[in-house]
Design a protein around this ligand. Structure first.
Ligand code: ADP
Ligand code: ZN
Length: 637
């Protein structure tokens, strides 16, 4: 709860107390309700004064003494208890003679309550005030949780929410295992340290750097380290905090953020979860379009508007780069992308080392063993592991953290992560290893395929469980048919390897199959690469998913028979590719096994290692030995 909310809570309390006081003063201290007959008798006895008749109710002053004949005992007692002057109230009955009696009793009377406005205040305005206060208070609370309406009263003032640190105290020493990302950000640090030298040399400074990676891989940590290394302030804000109910609030907040950044320059602005704010426009079926677009447009405008020479660099983090609006990624905006992967074996050991720096370890603890047992762990998971183990050791009153503590902590964390589908079980890992080995091996055996630079079974992002990285040898403008066919083969390599080794297949090939199908269809319908369908092109554009434009579905320009022929040709291309791939993999089964085993052990296989492996393929005797030493696959076909 922030300061403002506490204040509003006080307002509500004050309103309540005020209302109670008001009631105390306006309404006589003790009011006795009289029946009409009691009222008449008291009147006749001359015990009433200042009678006010309004709305069918008579009120006034009641003299407390000498009422024994008139009032019952309980009312007398109440009067006695209250002491002093009393008021009375009574509900009138239809009594035309009342005025005459009042006259006869020489009582002052009137028909309009003198203090009507006060009464109205008490009975109507005050409760309204209280309700408003409560509403306001609730809204404020909601506002802190989900960016609700509470900020209506402070539009655009994101000052309370921008989290600023003049010194993060984090340096690159605290970031381990993601060296590539670190090196790329070094440049930003250099610039922030010596902007003038950089400018003189005409260096091109990125305005925005997008850090892409799974949760907990150290994106925030990296951004803080950049600020720490450069010794500049670190302003951070989460993308979800820009998302507001009211049109214009998010945009005002963006403006505000950039104003603050300009004032603090040189500095780092870090926008976490930028996908919340930078989702592609026109996507999403729920409301809030206008607000969302305004916010995003404002961000784009601000990024275009300021120049890097002022020393403000925007870092943003996301784990869903695919949903970002393409406009955000254009040159001059977030045109620099840095991927942070989950760490590999070596990286995990380094991260563990960072986190045990201030922990007393028993000599039994072997970080290399722990690193080997934590495939798929992100930096945050490893930090958590060290923390849990330390807590366990402390709870048992140990002087140092022992391996046993780590093992117990590990069991618990792994169970938790498996439930969340964040780490793979051993069978899954094996599938992924053979799958990726299949891709890589096919690529190695295709003349026209891009070179494999890296094979990995470290889960990347949400969908990909492993990946085989290929880099095109040159920029391409044209692709030959033979190249496309080879590409098709590489795409199918994963699935075919699964089939070959396990005699079973997994869902892991979905993306591969989709891309292969798209490619085959394009070859048939766009590139004229199918004999059966000739040189004609067939535009079978799918109907747009969201009908928010004048893009009505186009009529198909070809017949049902042609459609069938296209499907048949696509199918034929894929089937033939599968046959070719199966042949290649069968002929190189030993290499496939060797590569998969290596992947299971090391998680990442780079080009050099792959070269060595391929070379040993040329020496069959050696290979057979290597293959025999490997763990067997689940089921040999
Ligand atoms: P993200 O922003 O990617 O979700 P964070 O940067 O918030 O992840 O990481 C959370 C914590 O995990 C960090 O504060 C740090 O303690 C630990 N951590 C993550 N990655 C690393 C790393 N590469 N080296 C050291 N610690 C890391
Ligand atoms: Zn694949």
């Amino acid at each position: 709860m922030d300061k403002k909310q506490t204040f509003s809570l006080w307002y509500v309390l004050a309103a309540l107390v005020g209302m109670i006081l008001l009631q105390e003063f306006v309404v006589p201290r003790h009011t006795q309700t009289l029946t009409y007959s009691e009222f008449k008798q008291a009147l006749a006895a001359g015990k009433l004064d200042d009678v006010v008749i309004a709305d069918g109710i008579a009120t006034g002053k009641l003299r407390g003494d000498g009422l024994e004949q008139i009032l019952p005992k309980d009312k007398l007692e109440a009067l006695a208890r209250a002491g002093g002057e009393h008021g009375f109230a009574t509900v009138l009955v239809n009594d035309p003679g009342l005025v005459a009696q009042l006259d006869a009793a020489k009582v002052r009377y009137g028909s309009v309550r003198e203090s009507k406005w006060l009464g109205a205040l008490v009975s109507w305005v005050a409760p309204a005030l209280v309700f408003f206060g409560i509403w306001w208070f609730l809204m404020k609370r909601m506002g802190s949780g989900m960016g609700g309406m509470g900020h209506m009263l402070e539009i655009g003032k994101s000052k309370a929410k921008v989290y600023m640190q003049t010194e993060t105290g984090v340096t690159f020493k605290d970031v381990a295992g993601i060296d590539e990302a670190r090196e790329e950000l070094m440049e930003v640090v250099e610039f922030l340290k010596n902007p003038d030298r950089y400018k003189r040399l005409g260096g091109k400074i990125p305005k925005g750097v997008l850090i892409v990676g799974a949760p907990g891989t150290g994106k925030t940590l990296l951004a803080k380290a950049v600020a720490g290394e450069a010794g500049v302030p670190f302003l951070s804000l989460s993308g979800s905090e820009f998302v507001e109910m009211f049109v214009g609030v998010g945009a005002a907040r963006v403006r505000d953020l950039f104003e603050q950044a300009a004032a603090k320059a040189p500095c780092i602005v870090f926008i976490d979860e930028i996908d919340a704010l930078g989702k592609a426009r026109g996507v999403g079926l729920t409301g809030g379009h206008e607000e969302h677009e305004q916010t995003l447009n404002q961000l784009l405008a601000e990024m275009d508007g300021f120049d890097t020479n002022r020393g403000v660099i925007i870092l943003a983090a996301t784990n869903r780069p695919e949903v970002l609006d393409p406009a955000l990624l254009r040159p001059g905006r977030f045109d620099r992308h840095i991927a942070v992967d989950r760490p590999d074996l070596n990286g995990r050991r380094q991260i563990l080392e960072v986190h045990v720096k201030n922990v007393k370890l028993a000599p039994t603890v072997d970080l290399a063993v722990l690193a080997a047992r934590t495939p798929g762990f992100a930096g945050a998971d490893l930090a958590n592991l060290v923390n849990e183990a330390t807590l366990r050791a402390a709870k048992r009153g140990k002087d140092a953290v022992e391996m046993q503590d780590f093992e117990e902590a590990l069991d618990r964390i792994v169970a938790g992560l498996e439930k969340k589908n964040r780490v793979m079980n051993p069978t899954e890992r094996k599938f992924v290893a053979y799958h990726e080995a299949g891709h890589a091996l096919v690529a190695e055996h295709r003349k026209n395929a891009d070179r494999v630079t890296k094979v990995s079974i470290i889960p990347r992002g949400i969908a990909a469980l492993g990946y085989t990285q290929q880099s095109p040898t040159e920029d391409r403008y044209l692709m030959r048919r033979s190249e496309l066919l080879d590409r098709l083969d590489v795409l199918l390599g994963g699935r075919v390897a699964e089939q070959l080794v396990f005699d079973d297949v997994s869902t892991g090939a979905e993306n591969d199959l989709q891309r292969a199908t798209d490619l085959a269809r394009h070859m048939v319908t766009h590139y004229g690469m199918s004999e059966a369908l000739g040189l004609a092109t067939y535009d079978a554009r799918p109907r747009p998913l969201y009908l928010n434009g004048p893009t009505l579905p186009e009529p198909r320009t070809f017949s049902e028979r042609t459609a069938e022929a296209i499907d048949g040709e696509v199918r034929r291309l894929l089937d033939e590719a599968r046959e070719r791939v199966a042949q290649t993999l069968r002929a190189n089964r030993a290499t496939l096994e060797a590569l998969a085993a290596l992947l299971l052990e090391k998680e990442v296989v780079d080009r050099t290692t792959l070269d060595g492996l391929m070379a040993s393929n040329a020496a069959p005797a050696q290979l057979r030995v290597a293959a025999m030493a490997l763990p067997p696959a689940d089921r040999e076909p």
